[in-house]
Design a protein around this ligand. Sequence first.
Ligand SMILES: Nc1ncnc2c1ncn2[C@@H]1O[C@H](COP(=O)(O)OP(=O)(O)O)[C@@H](O)[C@H]1O
Ligand SMILES: [Mg+2]
Length: 245
Amino acid sequence: MADSNIILRTEKLVSGYGATTILHGASIAVREKRITTIIGPNGAGKSTLFRAVFGLLPAREGKIMFRGEDITGSAPRALLRRGLAYVPQGRNLFGELSVAENLELGGVSLGSLALTRQRMGAVFERFPALKLRAGAQASTLSGGEQKMLEVGRALLLEPKLLMIDEPSIGLSPKLVGDVFALLTGLRDTGVSVLMVEQNARAALAISDDALVLQQGRLALSGAASEILDHPEIGRLFLGGGLKRA
Ligand SMILES: Nc1ncnc2c1ncn2[C@@H]1O[C@H](COP(=O)(O)OP(=O)(O)O)[C@@H](O)[C@H]1O
Ligand SMILES: [Mg+2]
């Protein structure tokens, strides 16, 4: 793929935990202004890949390029400033604090409350459901609204690429649809999205590109529609026969 429209690239990335290597030379390319979904079996290293890219785990070998610059070894704070945001799996909110307070905390690294307030206004415009609940404790929001708040908090820094790990986990099918619609909305306003999903079929249906990670390496990549129709992938990751909706 030509580098001009690649926002993130890892080259033969090796990383892991302590003495354990999980990523065995993972090379991926993510196009800008697209939704790219990473699928793969449990334990393949999908979350580890996000942690390594976001500077939470050291790259033992290989290189990470973001927006044309080598970011290998950069700290999360520096990456946030460069336009990379990361929403980890699970709940990442201060449940006792209000929606507005959670957003304010997300803006701390902006170093200006005025700018934070301005960006919060933009987030509330994008997600009116959050504005309606601005004063409510985050823990009282539905699962889908909590994911929305996590994404909204990430958007305060106006990221170019949002990495989001398993956004649909624990959500009802309707809320999964809401969260995916939110991601397509982001893509349509020019934010690149890189998502990891176990709910592979639904995620691929809203994705442009797909990456299949297996045992810490890229096993396959292509258009999401191709991966969705790939017989072997269907059998391995998409819950059996392709006829199942
Ligand atoms: N904090 C950790 N310490 C040690 N091993 C870990 C840690 N987190 C994950 N692992 C291991 O790394 C492997 C890959 O995990 P992970 O990246 O979470 O996979 P995936 O997200 O694809 O399901 C698994 O074998 C898991 O047990
Ligand atoms: Mg994971």
